[in-house]
Design a protein around this ligand. Structure first.
Ligand code: NG1
Ligand code: ZN
Length: 522
């Protein structure tokens, strides 16, 4: 067959790199860009097969998010805009490590296993990439793989990760699905709910020298009657993720370079592929950061109030990970809002959030969104038409508008900024009032490089260590020396390190606990 012949021919340009073992982790593949192409080619083949089996559009995003510019990565997006199914993650790891000579056999086996013909003409793949120099080469490798299986490829070029997720989802439900549609949809939704202000506020966004700058530059003119978006670190003058971006700010608990702030100004920082955002402001020259937990409580509080005012019978809950600040969890409990903790990684949060009618999920680092169940959408939209009482009607109208301002496919730094600004305005909240809803417990996070991070196994949503034996007991002993303390250790899913996270009553204690647990693990 022509197809199989062409695989043999193309594969020889994408031979495996000796000694390199690929693994599809929490964020897909991540490595130095120079060794990614063989995996990217194989993922082109696999995504084509996934598209054929789903009879739908599948997304492939080429990005290494907050990692350094010389890295790159790749992840696959399911038809509804979600992360790749676990079963297919395993196939991805297997196929990406299959040498060129065995690829045809491996593909035949896989096509039998998933029960879809290699020559099926259904489905297509949509490829996007961030601003990394290696992006075009990696995208081309993906396309080469997909073309070998005669799968349609649509390369949408440079885009944010959430834009790609949104485009894939919209494509599969036959709704407007171009990048221009994305800008129009979200700017219309924003304008509708935000409305005019007496004085036009200016909002500064640290774009980590990445693709977020492109997105905001396209949105800014559409919003210019309502807000001024000031784009900082747009890539013209600095390196991707270097001394700026959401990951840097969260880890250093410090302001990014390249943002000339004024007191109390609304500032945001986003990461290299624009799927996370954090808010910050300066008061008396002091830096204040409002992280994913603060955003989750803001969203949950706002939505909870509207649901009550509208007298709707809908369940609302918040999904967090072990990294969530203990104060945020206590605060949500005090408001009667259920909170669930799941392992790190958006796919776990997303899945759990689907258990609620309105599920708010956020990682502390700023990655998150809100999901509205089909039932919730039906109830809300139906009530919006029927309700005649004033207060209830106003609440339900706001709810409808808010659902349109959220990128429900995945956490979206840009649309979340618009949603946060809207809530702050509608609720008349200053950064201080928002920040003072609860006070973060001081914390310290450390990265520790050990030879084999995989020897550490965790349980209880990564809050406890199950192996090596005895390690958890040692941590417990160290923790018991501190007041109000919490500490956990887990292997990173995206970097070659183990992360230690300590939370205590004071910063000094958090630093010291993290250090002593860190040196014990090391
Ligand atoms: P790892 O490397 O597994 O800790 C990091 C983030 C996650 C998530 C993923 C995917 C922290 C502590 N971890 O995972 O929250 O965002 O990257 O990008 O921030
Ligand atoms: Zn990211």
């Amino acid at each position: 067959e022509i197809t199989l012949e062409s695989i043999r021919a193309t594969a020889s340009s994408y031979n495996l790199v000796p000694g390199v073992k690929y693994a599809y982790g929490t964020a897909g593949f991540r490595c130095k860009a120079e060794i990614l192409a063989p995996a990217a080619y194989r993922m082109g083949l696999l995504s084509a097969l996934r598209a054929k089996s789903a009879k739908a559009a599948i997304g492939v995003m080429v990005t290494a998010s907050h990692n350094p510019p010389e890295d790159n990565g790749l992840k696959v997006v399911e038809p509804q805009g979600e992360m790749l199914l676990p079963r297919w993650e395993n196939y991805s790891t297997q196929l990406s490590n299959t040498d060129s000579a065995s690829l045809v056999e491996a593909l035949k086996d896989l096509s039998e296993e998933v029960d879809v013909s290699l020559t099926s003409a259904r489905g297509k793949i949509i490829v996007g990439r961030d601003t990394r120099d290696s992006g075009p080469l990696i995208s081309a490798a993906v396309a080469a793989g997909a073309h070998n299986l005669q799968c349609k490829v649509e390369d949408i070029g440079v885009c944010t990760t959430p834009q790609l997720h949104w485009i894939v989802k919209q494509t599969n439900i036959s709704k407007p699905n171009t990048i221009e549609d994305y800008y129009r949809t979200f700017s219309d939704s924003f304008i509708n709910l935000y409305g005019k202000s007496e004085s036009k506020p200016s909002i500064k966004v640290d774009c980590a020298n990445g693709v977020g700058a492109k997105s905001l530059r396209s949105l800014a003119p559409l919003l210019s009657d309502y807000i001024d978006l000031v784009i900082c670190n747009d890539g013209s003058n600095g390196k991707l993720n270097e001394n700026c971006g959401a990951d840097f700010v969260k880890l250093m608990q410090n302001a990014p370079q390249g943002v000339n702030y004024s007191e109390n100004e609304h500032c945001y920082t986003i990461d290299g592929d624009a799927d996370r955002s954090l808010f910050f402001f300066f008061q008396d020259h002091k830096f204040n950061m409002l992280d994913g937990d603060k955003i989750a409580t803001l969203f949950a509080g706002f939505l909870n109030t509207l649901i009550h005012e509208a007298e709707l019978d809908l369940s609302l809950g918040v999904v967090q990970t072990a990294y969530a600040n203990g104060s945020s969890t206590s605060y949500l409990h005090s408001k009667g809002i259920p909170v669930v903790c799941v392992p790190t990684g958006v796919k776990h949060l997303h899945k759990k959030a689907e258990d609620f009618d309105v599920g708010v999920y956020f990682e502390a680092n700023g990655h998150g969104t809100v999901l509205f169940s089909d039932t919730a959408m039906e109830v809300i939209n139906k009530r919006a038409v029927q309700e005649t009482r004033k207060i209830q009607q106003s609440a339900v109208t706001r709810l409808v508008a808010f659902t349109k301002l959220i990128n429900t496919a995945v956490g979206d730094a840009v649309t979340n900024i618009l949603a946060i600004e809207t809530i702050l305005k509608l609720c008349n909240l200053s950064p201080q009032t928002w920040n003072n809803m609860y006070t973060d417990l001081p914390y310290r996070q450390l990265k520790i490089n050990i030879r084999d991070r995989d020897i550490i196994k965790t349980r209880d949503a990564e809050r406890k260590i199950s192996s090596p034996e005895g390690m958890q007991e040692k941590i417990d002993v160290l923790v018991s020396d501190y007041s109000n303390a919490r500490c956990f250790v887990r292997p990173s899913g995206t970097e070659n390190c183990v992360r230690v996270h300590a939370e205590c009553a004071t910063q000094r204690e958090a630093d010291s606990l993290a250090m002593s647990v860190g040196s014990m693990v090391f």
